[in-house]
Design a protein around this ligand. Structure first.
Ligand code: UD1
Ligand code: CA
Length: 477
C-alpha cells in the first residue's frame, strides 16, 4: 500500500458492497471484517480504491453495520485522505438492490466503480486500469472479468456474435451449456451512474435466489444499445471474492507470498518463505536476512543488514541498521544500531535501546530506556527505568517498579554496575559509575561513584558441619 496516492479529479466514486453477513464463512463476525494480512478485508478494499486514485467511496452496510462503521473509523488512517460515505441496506435483497442503496449517495452525472468488500487482494493498478479504460472508451459499463480453469460458482459472461458482452448469467440460473463458459464476472465494474440507476429500477428479482442482481443490468444495457466493455483481470485470484474459510486461508497465503516477493525485490533475504510472515505495511531494508519462524507485523520499520530469527516476533517496532534478534519478542519498541537481542528476551512497549545495546537470555523490558553500549544479559527485568550508557545489568537484577497501586521510575547513570540479583526498589536513583553490590535490595539512592550495598553481612561458623553430623541436639544452625 502506498498511502500517498493523490485522488484524480475525473476518478469515479467507489461503491463497496458490504451488507451481506457472508453465511459461507460460518462466522459470527461480518465477512468483510475478517482480517487478511492483519487488516480487515473491507479496509484493504477501500485502501486499494484510494491507491487507485479515487477520492470518495460509498460503503453499503447491512448486517453488523455498527461494527463495520467503527472498524472503518479505527482504520481511518489506512484509507486517508479518501472520503468514506455510508449507505444502508436494511434487508439483503441482492447485489443490485445494494448498489441502488449506494447510488442514492452519488451524483447522477458521474461514474461509479462498484466492487464487493470481500476482495481484499485486488491491486490498485487493476482498478486504475479499469476506470481509465472506462473513461477512455465511452462505454456505459466496463466489467472486470476473469478466465478460470474452474468457473464454478461465478456469474458467466455471455457474448454476442460480435464478441460484445450482452449479459451475465449467475451459476444457479445458467444452462449446462452456459456453465461451460470459463469467463466470469469479478463483481468489479465501472458504470455511468445515470443509466445504472435507470436499469436497476427495472431489475426484477426473477431468479433462483429471488434477489435483485446487479448482473441483470448488463442485459438491459445491451437491449438499450448502451455499450458494455470488458477487461480481463491480470490476476484472476486477486479479484475474486472470498466466500469461505478455505478461500480466506488461500488469500492469506497469497498476500504473504506477494509481500515476501516484494521484500526480496528490494534486497531482503528470506531463507524460508514457508515459515516467514511479514505484514505488507512493514518496511525492511537491503541485506536484512530473515531466518525461519520470523513474524514482522504492525507497521514495523527495519533497517539494513539486520538479522531476524530464527524465532523473531516483531510488532509495531523500529529497528535501526545491523540489529540481531533471535528467539525473542519485540513490541512497540525502538532499537538502536547494532543491538543484539536474545535468545528468549521480551521487549515490551515503550522500550528504547541506544546503539550497540545487548539484551540477552531471558531479559524483559517495559517502558525502559538503555543508553548506548549497555548490557542486560541474564534473567532480569527492567520496567519504568532509564539507564544511561555503558551500564552493566547483572544477572537477576529486578526493578521493583510496582508497589501494588502505582508504578515508580528507576534511574541509573552512565557506567554504573548493577550486581547480580539486586532489587532496585523504585523510585530510585543510582548515580553514574556507581556500583551496586550483588544481592542488595536498595531503597535509597546511590550517589555517583559510590558502592551501594544493602544486605546482611555474612557470618561463618567454623566446624558447624561436623557438629551437626555428630547428632542431635545440633540446635539451630
Ligand atoms: C457475485 C456476483 C457474481 C460474481 C461473483 C464474484 C451477483 C448477483 N453475483 O456473486 O456474478 O461472479 O460475485 O465474486 O452480483 N451484498 C450486499 N447486499 C446483498 C447481497 C450481497 O451488500 O443484498 C454484498 C456482499 O456483502 C458481498 C458482495 O455483495 O460483499 C457479493 O455478494 P455475494 O453473495 O458474495 O455474491 P456472489 O455469490 O459471490
Ligand atoms: Ca462473493
Amino acid at each position: 500500500m502506498t498511502g500517498d496516492a493523490v485522488a484524480s479529479a475525473d476518478a469515479p466514486i467507489g461503491l463497496v458492497l458490504a451488507a451481506g453477513l457472508g453465511k459461507r464463512m460460518r462466522s459470527d463476525l461480518l465477512k468483510v471484517l475478517h482480517p487478511v494480512g492483519g487488516r480487515p478485508m473491507v479496509v484493504r478494499v477501500l485502501a486499494a480504491l484510494r491507491d487507485a486514485g479515487l477520492g470518495r467511496a460509498v460503503v453499503v452496510s447491512g448486517h453488523q453495520a455498527d461494527a463495520l462503521r467503527s472498524t472503518v473509523a479505527v482504520w481511518a488512517a489506512a484509507v486517508d485522505p479518501m472520503e468514506v460515505l455510508w449507505a444502508h441496506q436494511a434487508e439483503q435483497r441482492g447485489t443490485g438492490h445494494a448498489v441502488a442503496q449506494g447510488l442514492a449517495a452519488v451524483p447522477r452525472a458521474g461514474s461509479v466503480l462498484v466492487m464487493a468488500g470481500d476482495a481484499p487482494l485486488v491491486e490498485p493498478g487493476e482498478l486504475r486500469s479499469l476506470w481509465s479504460q472506462h473513461a477512455a472508451s465511452g462505454a456505459a459499463a466496463t466489467l472486470l472479468t476473469a478466465r478460470l480453469a474452474d468457473p464454478a460458482g461465478y456469474g458467466r459472461i455471455l457474448r454476442d456474435d460480435a464478441g460484445r458482452a450482452r449479459a451475465i448469467v449467475e451459476e444457479r440460473d445458467a444452462s449446462p451449456e452456459q456453465r461451460r463458459i470459463d469467463e466470469v464476472f469479478t463483481l468489479v465494474a465501472c458504470f455511468d451512474a445515470a443509466p445504472l440507476h435507470g436499469a436497476l429500477a427495472r431489475c426484477a428479482p426473477a431468479n433462483a435466489q429471488a434477489e435483485v442482481y446487479l448482473t441483470d443490468v448488463i442485459a438491459l444495457f445491451a437491449a438499450d444499445g448502451l455499450p458494455v466493455d470488458t477487461r480481463i483481470a491480470a490476476d484472476a485470484d486477486a479479484v475474486l471474492g472470498i466466500n469461505d474459510r478455505r478461500a480466506l486461508a488461500r488469500a492469506e497465503a497469497r498476500l504473504r507470498a506477494r509481500t515476501l516477493e516484494r521484500l526480496m525485490d528490494v534486497g531482503v533475504t528470506v531463507l524460508d518463505p514457508q515459515t516467514t510472515y511479514v505484514d505488507d505495511d512493514c518496511t525492511l531494508e537491503t541485506d536484512t536476512v530473515l531466518h525461519p519462524l520470523t513474524i514482522v507485523q504492525g507497521g514495523c520499520r527495519v533497517g539494513p543488514r539486520c538479522v531476524l530469527g530464527p524465532g523473531a516476533h516483531l510488532r509495531a517496532s523500529v529497528l535501526a541498521a545491523d540489529v540481531r534478534v533471535w528467539h525473542s519478542v519485540v513490541e512497540g519498541s525502538r532499537v538502536g544500531e547494532g543491538c543484539r537481542i536474545g535468545p528468549f528476551s521480551h521487549l515490551r512497549p515503550g522500550t528504547e535501546l541506544g546503539a550497540a545495546v545487548e539484551v540477552g537470555n531471558f531479559a524483559e523490558l517495559k517502558n525502559a530506556r538503555l543508553g548506548a553500549g549497555s548490557k542486560q544479559h541474564h534473567h532480569s527485568y527492567l520496567g519504568d527505568a532509564e539507564l544511561g550508557e555503558r551500564v552493566n545489568v547483572g544477572a537477576g537484577v529486578i526493578t521493583v517498579n510496582y508497589d501494588g497501586a502505582r508504578k515508580h521510575r528507576t534511574r541509573v547513570g552512565d557506567g554504573a554496575f548493577l550486581g547480580c540479583n539486586a532489587n532496585l526498589v523504585a523510585p530510585l536513583d543510582v548515580g553514574a559509575e556507581a556500583f551496586v553490590a550483588a544481592g542488595s535490595t536498595l531503597t535509597d539512592a546511590v550517589p555517583s561513584g559510590a558502592l551501594g550495598i544493602a544486605r546482611a553481612r555474612q557470618v561463618n561458623k567454623p566446624g558447624w558441619t561436623a557438629r551437626r553430623r555428630a547428632g542431635p541436639p545440633a540446635g539451630p544452625p
